[in-house]
Design a protein around this ligand. Structure first.
Ligand code: ADP
Ligand code: ZN
Ligand code: ZN
Length: 801
């Protein structure tokens, strides 16, 4: 009997979550293991796809003939047992394909790229063959082929005169470097030096080095150290003084050295928290802690000491931070404590760097992982503690398939490893705080700032009143007075422009025409740096119009407040102030984020003007003033979390002021001065906010009182999408209890994106044992009759929009 492998193939549109059976070639005598990647034939043609071995077993008699695995890509599994089990669970809870989940877990370098090649069949006429293929046996089908050639090839393919084959290419490769080591004994090397001409200084230096060499060194490093050329080393190799060999090295994403730090002496509240967490690590308990600490209360020090304890006990640590606050500051603090044992994973790394960090973790060389959302899949083993900083952050939820929340994955891993999870925040999510209320999470409190400094004093500025006093401006008089005061004292200011639910657009003053994206139902955003109008959803770009495309009037002007426009206004108001701007445009290039923060930290600027990016994690002692230019833009969004998000953002950004000796001050400009989210952010009263918001959620039957699922149907034809969502609504309602609430169906908030129409419904429910099966059934049906129609299911959506 031969062996059969169950393989999850990389064809997400063809099936649900069932593996396909393949024979293992008899020549493969070393057993295949689950988690290895293989290349298998798929479908009728000569298509080759990548797959993951899911299980291996003895062949059982079947009616149909099995295909055989083509080749094996890995010598050992790229996904371990834990990650495979997690993928199974995650696919089920997020209504995603197992293959999509498996690929999400891996660094890009390990995802296959497919190449398509065209080869002539025997009945292709020689003239066409010569013209298309020349002397080549096959040509690659890339998007760079001229359209005419592509058309001809397509025609021939339909007439079966050429074939198309798929080849899988693995992109991952380790970086190699030439290493140098002595090839002679010390005596022989000294002997060689005796023989040198007196003028051969460089060679003498090299021999001296080789005599005393203790560590391996790379050839480039050696050339640099001794100031010699590669010819000197080449000659030395020929003379037999040294040997050269290739070795694998890691690309180090953090080239700059970090100063080593020592554990701080903890205050009482910190000590209590650290003790509780360490006890759970030591006792292998999967406790979830909610570490609630005001900004500047020293949460990071608690994390670091809890990690240190796990490392001392021989265990490893995973620390998640939101992408936006994955600043060099926080990474530096972890690296400063744990040095080279730390691996960093985030989207700013190149594919090569990410792959190298991933392998360092996989091989057990890195024992602490710091990273953003997808780092929750880091192949760490023997985890002793998991930390999730700023656990309320929306970016922990992925808004594409698989729609997972990193917090859920962290909790799953904690149960798997029997280790604690620490969810840290100054403003916990309502969900987590509610679970702590029910004692499902253990609450740990850091009620005061470390330096006993008071939280900054906040003032609400009513912008409707300001408008009556003077001409329209982004800056109120009290805020400007405070900024001027800081300029005079040489202190620093942070100004935040809330971009959520806001953008600058172009409108005609005569006819009201707004320039919209031709593909999406949304206005185009003005970008001054590229002098163009861009769509934030599909990437469409066009020039800024000078005359109205609708009525040809010249009275077309910009509305809204982009960071660039605010910067221009600020420069006019404060001609001598040094201003840095931080937004998506100024931080796009690699390292730009870090450079801006370093400049600000070095006091090379007085004001840092930015988007939400500046709200989190920054710790600058000379910042004594924070101004929020528009606190309420997000409040008007039709989103049940809009108050929660506004409260969190205001509290976070306020926390940037007065972190050291000098007291801080905050100005919150708003058109809704009475709104509870703004009032309670002013007093930094999280508890009262929690209670107020919970009452509203209870009245409105919203999470965390209800669970929610959002189902979206989209199609290039609006009526197809609309018909589908109505059918889905009927089908779901028939299978659910009376107590489930269905919102919709309605067109989505942005009804058309990238030429597709979106319709949605939201189900709110307390207990629906059938729902999961119903939803999977939906996905299966959509698979069978899919043409343009796509169904997406978002379990526990971040918003209902
Ligand atoms: P949070 O993450 O809660 O906002 P941080 O961890 O950034 O707070 O701490 C704020 C500041 O206080 C940091 O500069 C940190 O080094 C310092 N700090 C933290 N704990 C202590 C301590 N026990 N003793 C002295 N300084 C501390
Ligand atoms: Zn668009
Ligand atoms: Zn017009």
């Amino acid at each position: 009997m031969s062996q059969v492998a169950e393989v999850i193939v990389d064809v997400p549109t063809m099936q649900m979550n069932t593996p396909y059976s393949y024979l293992i070639p008899a020549a493969l005598t070393t057993p295949l293991l689950p988690g290895m990647r293989v290349i298998v034939p798929f479908g009728n043609g000569s298509r080759k796809v990548q797959g993951f071995v899911w299980q291996v077993h003895e062949q059982v008699p079947t009616t149909h003939e099995l295909k055989t695995i083509d080749s094996v890509m890995d010598l050992s599994p790229v996904l371990n047992k834990e990650l495979l089990a997690m993928a199974d669970w995650l696919a089920k809870t997020t209504f995603a394909f197992t293959i999509t989940v498996l690929l999400t877990m891996l660094p890009n370098a390990l995802k296959a790229a497919y190449e398509r090649w065209a080869t002539p069949n025997s009945d292709l006429d020689p003239a066409s063959k010569k013209r298309l293929f020349g002397e080549q046996e096959k040509i690659e089908l890339t998007d760079k082929l001229p359209a005419a050639q592509l058309n001809e090839l397509m025609g021939l393919y339909r007439k079966h005169e050429i074939s198309v084959t798929y080849e899988v290419k693995s992109k991952g490769h380790a970086k190699q470097v030439t290493m140098v080591k002595p090839a002679m004994s010390v005596a022989e090397l000294q002997e060689a030096k005796q023989q040198l001409r007196i003028t051969a200084v460089k060679q003498a230096d090299l021999l001296d080095y080789l005599v005393t060499q203790t560590d391996l060194i790379s050839q480039p490093a050696l050339e640099k150290t001794l100031g010699i050329t590669s010819t000197v080393i080449k000659n030395a190799a020929e003379k037999g003084w040294l040997t050269r060999f290739q070795a694998e090295v890691y690309r180090d994403p953090l080239s700059r050295a970090v100063d080593k730090t020592r554990p701080l002496h903890l205050n009482e509240a910190q000590q209590k928290a650290v003790s509780a967490i360490c006890a759970a690590t030591d006792d292998h308990e999967d406790t979830t802690f909610l570490l609630e600490g005001v900004t500047g209360s020293g949460k990071t020090e608690v994390y670091l000491q809890a990690i240190a304890n796990a490392l001392e006990k021989g265990q490893n640590a995973l620390m998640l931070v939101p992408e936006i606050s994955l600043t060099p500051q926080i990474v530096g603090r972890v690296r400063g404590r744990f040095g080279k044992q730390v691996a960093v994973l985030h989207s700013g790394l190149s594919a090569g760097e990410r792959f190298d960090e991933w392998r360092r973790i996989d091989r057990g060389e890195a024992r602490v992982v710091v990273g953003a959302r997808s780092a929750v899949f880091a192949p760490l083993t023997n985890i002793g503690i998991i930390i999730m900083d700023e656990e309320h952050e929306a970016s922990y939820k992925q808004d594409d398939n698989p729609r997972y929340h990193a917090r859920d994955v962290a909790l799953w891993r904690s149960r798997y490893h029997h280790c604690p999870v620490v969810l840290g925040s100054a403003t916990p999510s309502l969900e987590s705080r509610a679970r702590a209320q029910k004692n499902r999470y253990q609450r740990l409190l850091l009620p005061t700032r470390v330096n006993q400094q008071a939280l900054p004093e906040a003032t609400i500025v009513d912008m409707t009143q300001e408008l009556q006093k003077h001409a329209e401006s982004t800056f109120s008089s009290p805020l400007m007075a405070a900024v001027n005061d800081r300029l005079a004292k040489g202190e620093q200011t942070l100004l935040m422009l809330n971009r959520r639910g806001y953008s600058s657009f172009v409108m005609c003053r005569d006819c009201g025409f707004v320039l919209k994206c031709p593909n999406c139902d949304i206005s185009l955003t003005l970008h001054m740096d590229s002098h163009s109008m861009k769509c934030h959803y599909c990437g469409h770009e066009e020039p800024i119009p000078q005359i109205c495309p609708n009525c040809h009037s010249h009275h077309i002007r910009y509305y809204g407040t982009g960071t660039q426009k605010v910067e221009t206004e600020l420069k006019q108001l404060l001609p001598t102030a040094r201003i840095l701007r931080m937004d998506v445009d100024t931080t796009r290039r690699k390292g730009a984020h870090e450079r801006l923060l370093r400049q600000f930290g070095n006091h090379e600027a007085d004001i840092l003007l930015g988007t939400q990016m500046i709200a989190k994690g920054l710790d600058f002692p000379d910042v004594t003033l924070v101004g929020v230019l528009n606190a309420d833009t997000a409040l008007s969004l039709p989103d049940f979390r809009s108050s929660e998000r506004t409260f969190q953002l205001l509290t976070q950004v306020s926390g940037r002021a007065g972190r050291a000796q000098k007291p801080g001050q905050v100005f919150i400009q708003t058109y809704n001065p009475e709104h509870y989210a703004i009032q309670l952010a002013k007093s930094q009263d999280y508890e009262r906010f929690f209670l107020t918001e919970m009452k509203l959620r209870h009245q409105g039957n919203y999470p965390p009182y209800y669970f929610a699922v959002k189902v979206t149907a989209s199609d290039v034809e609006e009526r197809v999408a609309a018909a589908a969502i109505h059918q889905i609504a009927a089908q779901l309602q028939a299978g659910m209890s009376q107590s489930a609430i269905v919102l919709g169906p309605t067109p989505s908030a942005i009804a058309r994106v990238n030429k597709r129409y979106y319709y949605q419904l939201v189900i709110k429910y307390k207990q629906e044992p059938q729902l999961s099966a119903l939803l999977f059934n939906l996905l299966n049906q959509a698979q069978k009759n899919r043409k343009g129609l796509q169904i997406a299911i978002d379990n526990n959506p971040m918003s209902f929009m």
